[in-house]
Design a binder for this molecule. Sequence first.
Ligand SMILES: [Zn+2]
Length: 440
Amino acid sequence: MSEQQSTLAEDESVLLTSELIRIDTTNTGDPATVVGERAAAEYVAGKLAEVGYETTYVESGGKGRGNVVARLAGADPGRGALLIHGHLDVVPADPSEWSVHPFSGAVQDGYVWGRGAVDMKDMLGMTLATARRFKRDGVVPPRDLIFAFVADEEAGGEYGAQWLVENRPELFEGATEAISEVGGFSITVKDGVRAYMVETAEKGIAWMRLRARGRAGHGSMVHEDNAVTKLTQAVARLGTHKFPLVLTNSVREFFAAVTEMTGMAFDEDDLDGSVAKLGAVARLVGATLRDTANPTMLNAGYKANVIPSVAEAVVDCRVLPGRREAFERELDDILGPDIEREWVTSLPSVETTFDGALVDAMSASIMAEDPGARTVPYMLSGGTDAKSFQALGIRCFGFAPLRLPADLDFTALFHGVDERVPVDALKFGTRVLDRFLRTC
Ligand SMILES: [Zn+2]
């Protein structure tokens, strides 16, 4: 019976992931053109209701911005609940670039293919399959589990997690810890030995508008107060500036764990060089060593022979936990007094410690399925809904377990062409999640 149920849940996770991919939930970032979240939420609600869950459907700040939340009561209501959250939306995909249609959910060559296969309909499929199995089998987890399937993560959660946290916090009542993307996947560090990256931190997101003002004038004249010149000089200074190396706890612990596993040393004088030796994961880790400020948009002028009085730029800043004030001081030094700056979007960093019973349960459930492996903490340079949920005092982790082939460039698949997830990884992840949620 139990083995049969296990196989059933594993197979179901593959089917559910594929079916979720077939529901196009493209989030363009423009609320007017977002599609499919309602359909996906209703699909999830249907799958939960079918096995006996009571579900709550909520639209978060806009028509069709569908979210579903369900609870499974645990043995000890006195313990805080564990929130398992995942986003229903995906980033756009251009079918002409893909080997298979991005919304086909094709299961072929050992992979489930399509937009969302790793970000993050894979985790939705595994979570849903496990939730269904628990209900069918009458499993009582040690603590309450809250399953939340939410809208709008790919545009920052204003019409999803952020809205829910601000307007419907009672849905997450009692939650003290959470798991979601981006973590739990394996990297092969040495001779087939795997490390599973658990996300314990995220950089903050700060999108900034810069503005320089000058004197308008004729393009044929000698002109010493040109807004475009002032702005571009400042943008160039900022874009080429290297912020100081800061080893946060998550990054330090990641290095220590990899050193323990491989003997590889991370020389603080040449950290960028050492990180480069990590292979595919270098991209992920390399971006968490220092703050970054990348200019992304420029805007000035309207005619070739008119010097405009204003010039503007947008800069994408990513700031390490604990660095925000120092970062802003450094910005002011680099930009100088002539440049005005304002925040367009500002989302906090996230950091928790890699310890405690929940982390032990993660590690044990991974090792039960992959003996010899270990879990290691790391910091994500991007952002997830953890930024919203931490506002409720919830400790957030990225733990969506997948055992991946050593040669798969996994991080390149996020928002990439031919996004796909190995069928075996989904089955593995479903077994790990099952064990984890029974022991959390
Ligand atoms: Zn995601």
